[in-house]
Design a protein around this ligand. Sequence first.
Ligand SMILES: [Zn+2]
Length: 83
Amino acid sequence: MTEPSEPSTIECREIAELLGDYFDGTLPGHVMELIDWHIEGCSACVAFVNTYRGTINAAAKLRDVQLPPELRERLISVLRSAR
Ligand SMILES: [Zn+2]
C-alpha cells in the first residue's frame, strides 16, 4: 500500500484522459476541482494544459472566421481522438 489510491487524488495520466471533457465543461464539479487542484501543483500538467489550450484557441480562431459547423465538428473530433 505505497501508492496513493484515495478517490480524492488524481494522476497525470487521468488528467490527460479527462482534459477534453474538462474544457468542454462536462465533468462533475468535484472532478473539475480535482483537476484544478492537481494542475496547480504539477508543472508537467501545467505545460500539458497550456498546449491543450493552444489547440483549443486555434479551434476557436477557426470558429471566428466562420468555419462551417460540420467541418468544425470534424476538427474537434479529430482533436479529441488525437489525445
Ligand atoms: Zn500532473
